[in-house]
Ligand binder design. Structure first.
Ligand code: SF4
Ligand code: SF4
Length: 334
């Protein structure tokens, strides 16, 4: 066993605080034991990077665009596997020096997933090894914000930049969409604003028609109250995972979100992502005019067995229908 993974013997890396012994094969909400790299590749989206996708996630977002990675191991999708920190560090530093990296101006290692928090000790070790080779190597951490305060402080310590998702401000919408409470996410968003604003690349908010639209005003108000100059990027929802047939966000809706953000006082607002992807709400869910209830109904249809959809307290974390969910058109469990 690698000593640097010792804290996985009682895992409290994120706010689910499962306390399980991952090194002995016990699993908590994320269902991960030891670190698994899904893949790593040069990535042109800002901040341009060598992006390392870590497998597994502590959220079960209905709209996950990386579900084959995030819902591992239950969906059985092949991943790259364990890579020693020394090897991944050397590979990352080497690739960032390559001509291909130069062409897209990639200048940092970007840890994404899944959710990198669930592999924090491993990532710290990769960064340490990378900085032995190049002390100036930049690092981005891409997170859903559900870290403990202690994990967040560790992340702030070693990162150059942080991309921080806020799935919803409203507790019920956040629970229904992700299976986790919004409270720690908002607390951590505030911590970054107050203590590491210079590291915040942007808060990212996926705009999902009929689900979180009414929430945008509260969310942008929350951010503007902290500091109107904090950067916010709205991402257009595109049909994915459990919401595979749900309509994508229109350009008009995205512009409306930007207008709402500006009215809240935010001055550094942008949007990204393809708009206008067609889709429709299934007939059985039509007419539900509350975003949290609609998301909850989608989750129930896809196999969530908890009314609250709170994975922290759920009795079915090791037999979760959402973790096993396969969008239509994909092969069944491998
Ligand atoms: S969900 Fe969070 S606390 Fe639970 S085992 Fe995974 S990383 Fe640890
Ligand atoms: S069944 Fe339980 S663990 Fe699975 S998504 Fe629902 S609340 Fe979360």
């Amino acid at each position: 066993m690698n000593d640097y993974l010792k804290e996985l013997e009682h895992c409290e890396l994120c706010e689910h605080r499962c306390g399980v012994n991952r090194l002995a094969g016990e699993t908590g909400v994320c269902r991960m034991t030891t670190p698994v790299v899904a893949s790593a590749t040069l990535h042109p989206a800002p901040p341009e990077s060598y992006t390392v996708f870590m497998a597994g996630c502590n959220f079960k977002c209905l709209n996950c665009q990386n579900w084959s990675i995030s819902q591992y191991p239950d969906n059985g999708y092949p991943q790259r596997g364990y890579v020693s920190p020394e090897l991944l560090a050397e590979e990352s530093v080497d690739i960032l020096k390559s001509v291909s990296a130069g062409l897209i101006r990639a200048d940092r290692i970007f840890f994404s997933g899944g959710e990198p928090t669930i592999h924090l000790p491993y990532i710290e070790r990769v960064v340490k090894e990378a900085r032995k080779i190049n002390p100036d190597v930049k690092v981005n951490f891409d997170t859903n914000g559900y870290l403990t305060e202690s994990s967040l402080k560790r992340v702030v310590e070693f990162t150059t930049s942080i991309t921080f998702d806020i799935k919803a401000y409203d507790e019920k919408i956040h629970l229904a969409l992700t299976g986790a409470s919004s409270e720690p996410v908002l607390r951590n968003a505030r911590y970054i604003a107050e203590h590491a604003g210079d590291k915040l690349w942007e808060y990212r908010v996926v705009v999902i028609p009929e689900i979180n639209i009414e929430d945008i005003k509260s969310l942008t108000g929350f951010i503007a109250d902290m500091n109107p100059e904090l950067p916010v990027c709205f991402l257009s929802f595109r049909p994915n995972f459990v919401l595979e047939n749900h309509p994508g966000a229109s350009i008009e809706l995205m512009e409306k979100c930007i207008e709402t953000a500006k009215k809240s006082g935010l001055v550094n607002v942008s949007r990204a992502g393809q708009t206008g992807i067609p889709g429709s709400i299934p007939p059985s869910l039509k007419g539900i005019d509350d975003g949290a209830k609609l998301a909850g109904a989608y989750a129930a249809n896809a196999g969530c067995r908890s009314d609250q959809r709170n994975c922290t307290t759920c009795l079915f974390i090791n037999d979760c229908g959402i973790k096993r969910y396969m969008p239509g058109g994909f092969p069944g469990r491998l």
